[in-house]
Design a protein around this ligand. Structure first.
Ligand code: FE2
Length: 354
C-alpha cells in the first residue's frame, strides 16, 4: 500500500478541476499490477476532495505485452469491469488503453477519459492551461475545414495529404466534455488522410524522434509514400535498419500505412527534454509529441480516428524544421508556428505549480 503524496494530490486536484470533476460524479482509476500505485492513491484523494465517488480498478499486469505495441492492454479480457467503467463519468487511465476498441466503447458511452503516463516533473512542467487549450482548439477548427495538407522541408520532405474523411482530434491535457479523451500533459492537433490519399516523401533527419524507441534519429532515412502506404525505406545508417526491422517484425502489411498527422503547440514542451529511459512504463514521450512547431508524422493504426486499421505497429515521428500548409494557408514554417491564432510570441514556461 503506498502512502499518499500530498504534493501530488494538489497537482491532481488542479488537473481534475480542469476536467470539471464535481460532487456526485464517479471517477475510476485504472492500474495494472503495482505500477503507478502512488498516482492512483493521489488521484482518488483529489477526486474525493471534489466530492466525487472514486475507486481503483486494478488488474494483473500482462507480462507478455511488449513495449511499442499499441491497442493491446490488460483490461481487454474483463467484460464485466468494462461494463462498469462505461457507467462512470470519468476514467483515469494509468495503463494505456489507446487504440483499443474498449476505449472507444467507453467514449461512445460518454465517459471522459484521461491518460496519465508521464513522470511528475513532466506533469508539472507541461501543466495544461486554458490558453493552450484555446490555441489547440483553433488548430482543430482550421484542420476540420481543410481539404489539403502539404508538408515540406529544406531537406527534401515533400508530402501531400487529402483530408476530410476522418475527424480531427485535439489534445490539450485535460478532458472536460462527455466522451472526450485526452492525455495529461499534451498539446497538439491531428487528423488522418482520406483512405489511400497520401503521396510524397518524408526525409527523416538527425534530431527527429522515434518515439517508440525513445530515440533521436542520428542518420537520414527517406520514406517514400504512395497511396497512403510506405513503399520504400532508404538510408545507410542504423535508423533505417531500426525502422525496417521493427515494421517487418509485425508481419502485417497494414503496419506500413500512414497514420495520424498534425502539429505541436505546447510551448512548455521541450524537444531536448525527451529522455531515454529503461523504465518502459514511464513514457517520457509527451515532450516529444507536443513541442511547439513540430510536425507529428506517424505510421500504423487509425482506429483512434474511426478507421479500421488496428495494426499493433505504431511509430510516432515528431519532425523538426518542417513547413506545413492547409489549403495554401501557412501554419508552420521551418519548425515555427506562424499562424497568428496559434503563435506564441514569448517562449516561456508557465509557472510551475508549488
Ligand atoms: Fe501516435
Amino acid at each position: 500500500m503506498s502512502t499518499i503524496d500530498f504534493d501530488l494530490v494538489e497537482l491532481f486536484l488542479e488537473e481534475l478541476k480542469l476536467c470539471k470533476v464535481r460532487a456526485g460524479e464517479t471517477v475510476a482509476v485504472l492500474t495494472a499490477g503495482d505500477e503507478w500505485a502512488h498516482y492512483a492513491q493521489a488521484l482518488m484523494k483529489a477526486a474525493s476532495r471534489l466530492g466525487a465517488r472514486t475507486f481503483n480498478a486494478n488488474v494483473q499486469r500482462n507480462q507478455d505485452l511488449r513495449a511499442a505495441v499499441q491497442g493491446r492492454h490488460p483490461f481487454s479480457d474483463q467484460p464485466l469491469l468494462l461494463e462498469t467503467l462505461k457507467q462512470c463519468d470519468m476514467v483515469i487511465d494509468l495503463v494505456g488503453l489507446l487504440f483499443s476498441r474498449e476505449q472507444l466503447d467507453m467514449q461512445k458511452a460518454g465517459v471522459r477519459i484521461l491518460r496519465i503516463m508521464e513522470p511528475v516533473n513532466v506533469l508539472r512542467a507541461m501543466f495544461p492551461t486554458r490558453e493552450l487549450a484555446q490555441r489547440v482548439e483553433r488548430g482543430r477548427s482550421l484542420l476540420m475545414g481543410a481539404r489539403h495538407m502539404h508538408i515540406t522541408s529544406r531537406h527534401g520532405t515533400d508530402i501531400h495529404y487529402e483530408l476530410g474523411q476522418y475527424p480531427v482530434m485535439s489534445e490539450y491535457g485535460y478532458t472536460d466534455e462527455p466522451g472526450r479523451w485526452d492525455n495529461f500533459p499534451s498539446g497538439f492537433v491531428f487528423t488522418q488522410a482520406n483512405d489511400g490519399a497520401v503521396n510524397g516523401r518524408v526525409v527523416l533527419r538527425h534530431g527527429d524522434i522515434l518515439a517508440a524507441f525513445k530515440r533521436y534519429l542520428q542518420s537520414e532515412v527517406v520514406l517514400t509514400i504512395e497511396n497512403g502506404y510506405v513503399t520504400k525505406i532508404e538510408g545507410q545508417g542504423m535508423d533505417a535498419d531500426l525502422i525496417r526491422t521493427y515494421m517487418d517484425s509485425f508481419h502485417d502489411p497494414r503496419a506500413y500505412a500512414v497514420s495520424h498527422i498534425g502539429w505541436g503547440l505546447n510551448d512548455a514542451a521541450r524537444w531536448y527534454q525527451f529522455e531515454s529511459t529503461r523504465n518502459l512504463h514511464n513514457e517520457h514521450v509527451m515532450n516529444a509529441l507536443s513541442f511547439y512547431g513540430n510536425v507529428l508524422f506517424s505510421l500504423g493504426p487509425n482506429v483512434e480516428l474511426g478507421g479500421d486499421n488496428d495494426t499493433a505497429c505504431h511509430l510516432d515521428i515528431p519532425l523538426r524544421g518542417c513547413s506545413l500548409t492547409l489549403d495554401g494557408v501557412e501554419i508552420v514554417r521551418d519548425g515555427d508556428v506562424v499562424h497568428p491564432d496559434m503563435r506564441v510570441e514569448r517562449a516561456v514556461n508557465p509557472p510551475a505549480l508549488s
